[in-house]
Design a protein around this ligand. Structure first.
Ligand SMILES: [Fe+2]
Length: 464
């Protein structure tokens, strides 16, 4: 029998509690009118440790599990699979956790020097016909889009020498995939390695020297530039050796923003006040300026270097617009909404260009006293209004993913897909919303008889 998970751990219980099994269901029970025009698959991924963790649990290193909802003709099929990382296979064989998720010094001695291709738990990308599971400390792992079986690490034919961000961007015009590596070569020296993979998968690489060894999780692209918001959350092994935290909040360093020309030109750096931004919504060029929209918090949950922590209210995340003026070198920052929101998504056909709508998880999250989000939001730049749909108080909403009605439909004309976990029933369902009528609530739901643990990110891949 399996060892129970530590049920009292806040990130291993309730909406976060992992599941132990893999399954495939054809034709889920659907309530409501599921739009027959939508054809494709929603893939979601998140940490789902197969065994009770070894030492303190860090979900950023929990085994990745993929959940796929395949949609056609108003019907929804479901399948889930763990990503077979090298860690997962070794632990499966041993029947217990061998890798510590918080501190590698806690690994079982039997896996010292063992190959380690990461946790594959943060996000997915579909590029050049390949579905890749991503975790920023390691290379992507290729997954079969139908069976979800693991093919293994994918390095673009040798073009990707190291790890890759979990938030690559696909240029909607050229089809290129643009990505980066935080801490290339495992050195915590502040540099980033930038990658551009053509539609056919060839990779061009170059280096960006950053101001300090910051944790950079996401970035944005425009047709001519890459934009990196480098927040003062630093990683330092010297600090660990001195008994301090590996990752620390150092607001005195301030925030820097790099605008890197895609044609190979020199990066232009801006200074901004200290803050944390995990996820960027979008960026675009506006005359000579660059506009960047992101979810900003006054401080992250990471401790200061001395171990003290920021006030809880500073952790709240708000949508903000940063305007970068290359002449005055000023970053103008304006909060767009007073509604707390995270997991920002757009209609990805508008990646890098002026756009109207942003979609979010809302009603909860860091700084609100509730770890999970209880609703979804849609921000409209033309009205400056965040429209919100709130689920029942016992329900947890995933990040919403937009799927257009047709390839040529207007921006935002389509659907939002999100999983809803009910604490009362301990089950999840896939909900579909009309993206233009979020406040009306779901059009239809496809019901599972088990939970989909609150994970991180998802993507929709339209049927060819
Ligand atoms: Fe993320």
């Amino acid at each position: 029998m399996a060892t129970p998970y530590p049920q009292r751990h806040p990130l291993m219980s309730g909406p976060f509690e992992p599941i132990r099994f893999e399954c495939a269901y054809a034709d889920l029970v659907v309530a409501g009118d599921w739009p027959a025009e939508l054809e494709g698959a929603l893939y979601r991924i998140g940490p789902n440790p197969q065994f009770a963790p070894r030492g303190p649990y860090n979900p950023l290193q929990g085994d990745g599990m993929v959940h796929a909802f395949r949609i056609a003709n108003g019907c929804v099929d479901y399948r889930n699979r763990w990503v077979r990382t090298s860690r997962w296979r070794l632990e499966r064989e041993a029947g217990r956790a061998l890798f510590a998720t918080s501190d590698p010094r806690g690994h079982d001695p039997s896996v010292a020097g063992a190959p380690d291709d990461g946790a594959a738990n943060t996000n997915l990308v579909f590029h050049h016909g390949r579905l890749l599971a991503l975790e920023e400390g390691h290379p992507p792992i290729e997954i079969d889009p139908e069976s979800l079986e693991t093919a293994g690490p994918f390095d673009f034919g040798g073009g990707l020498p190291g790890s890759m961000t979990a938030h690559p961007k696909i240029d909607p015009v050229s089809g290129e995939m643009i990505a980066f590596c935080n801490f290339p070569g495992g050195r915590f020296d502040g540099s980033l390695e930038l990658y551009e993979a053509s539609r056919s998968g060839e990779v061009v690489r170059r280096r960006l020297e950053g101001p300090f060894p910051a944790l950079v999780h996401d970035f944005a692209i425009t047709p001519r530039n890459l934009v990196f918001v480098v927040c003062p959350v630093t990683v330092s092994m010297e600090r660990v050796r001195a008994g301090g935290p590996a990752i620390a909040w150092e607001p005195a360093l301030g925030t820097r923003v790099a605008v890197v020309p895609r044609d190979g030109g020199e990066a232009h750096w801006y200074r901004a006040p200290p803050c944390m931004a995990w996820h960027l919504l979008n960026a675009f060029e506006d005359g000579g300026n660059i506009v960047v929209d992101l979810c900003q918090q006054a401080a992250p949950a990471f401790p200061f270097a001395d171990g003290s922590v920021s006030p809880e209210a500073d952790l709240r995340q708000y949508l903000a617009r940063w305007t970068l003026d290359p002449v005055s070198e000023i970053v103008a920052i304006g909060r767009l909404s007073e509604i707390v929101c995270e997991y920002p998504r757009i209609d990805e056909r508008k990646t890098g260009s002026a756009y109207r709508f942003g979609f979010f998880a809302t009603c909860g999250g860091p700084g609100t006293g509730d770890l999970v989000h209880r609703g979804l939001g849609r921000y409209d730049h033309s009205t400056g209004r965040m429209e919100v749909w709130r689920g029942n108080p016992d329900e947890a909403l995933s990040e919403p993913v937009f799927a257009p009605r047709r390839p040529d439909a207007a921006e935002g004309d389509g659907w939002l897909l999100a999983t809803i976990f009910s604490e009362r029933s301990n089950r999840s369902r896939l909900a579909i919303f009309d993206a233009n009528r979020l406040e009306d609530g779901p059009l239809a739901m496809a019901h599972l008889d088990h939970r989909v643990p609150a994970g991180f990110h998802g993507i929709f891949v339209a049927a060819p």
